[in-house]
Design a protein around this ligand. Sequence first.
Ligand SMILES: Nc1ncnc2c1ncn2[C@@H]1O[C@H](COP(=O)(O)OP(=O)(O)OP(=O)(O)O)[C@@H](O)[C@H]1O
Ligand SMILES: [Mg+2]
Length: 317
Amino acid sequence: MENLVEVKNLKKYFRIRKNKILKAVDDVSFSIKKGETLGLVGESGCGKTTCGRTIARLYSATDGIVKFNGEDIHKLNKANLKSFKKDMQMIFQDPYASLNPRMTVGSIILEGLEVHYPELTAKNKNDRAYKLLELVGLNKEHFQRFPHEFSGGQRQRIGIARALAVEPKCIVCDEPISALDVSIQAQIVNLLIKLQKDFGLTYLFIAHDLSMVKHISDRVGVMYLGALMEITSSKKLYSNPLHPYTKALISAIPIPDPDIEENKKVIKLEGEVPSPINPKPWCKFSERCKYVSKKCREIPPKLKEVEKDHFVACHLF
Ligand SMILES: Nc1ncnc2c1ncn2[C@@H]1O[C@H](COP(=O)(O)OP(=O)(O)OP(=O)(O)O)[C@@H](O)[C@H]1O
Ligand SMILES: [Mg+2]
């Protein structure tokens, strides 16, 4: 299968105060195939959102290349940039903050249609918006209402309808379910899975919750402090995690059987996530890794393929 998104040595640094550089994304490479879901996991602050936003060109990259359909997104001319902005949509972490409270649901959904499909008549646009509302489990009656009149799950549905309105190829879903009640999370995930099947969408699915990521993703990448530590099929990642960080993350997933849960071994991570400001130029996980050796504090490990389609950035391999 062809790659829709290719990320090579992507860096996104933020300059904060004089001489202080926060390396939010620091040399990350991966690709996403057409129609695939790539999950991106890691602790809070490891750079998932920054990575997603840079891929969607909401941020410009500090260095590295992001290709979409074979083209470098930072080198597009005006017309191609507009078409990229249509093809690449985002669903945001916070369904409360991401919808303009002064706009009706209808105008939120129509906004993108007006930019990208100006040739459609008002009636055509409205009909399309009604269809989209139904597609995401809302209805025509919601068209004239305002975001504050909806529950969190319903607002996320509005955000999904907005993203779908312009018929994108790829959606960066930035923790689309973490702000939602557990009972609603599965509904939204199932909706995203259905929409992907119906429209052949490609997803970058960012999340904290490893069990949900497993359910939706074909492959999963694990980030730590701006770096990609491991990336492989979700099946392999969960059955045979290799990086010590991935192992710790996976051991912490609760198992719904109380007997197993009580006796299972959770790998505790010692210490705190170090600061991403002026980080050490070697393995970012070395400070918390119990297998740390001299080499780990000298050379940053490169992501390498240790078995077919299973990449790990660790000197143990
Ligand atoms: N606009 C910004 N300016 C300066 N620093 C930023 C900016 N955005 C993010 N950061 C920093 O970059 C790092 C990565 O942040 P990011 O939001 O990408 O993490 P995340 O993995 O999405 O976390 P979470 O799971 O909490 O959403 C953090 O240290 C954060 O403080
Ligand atoms: Mg985030």
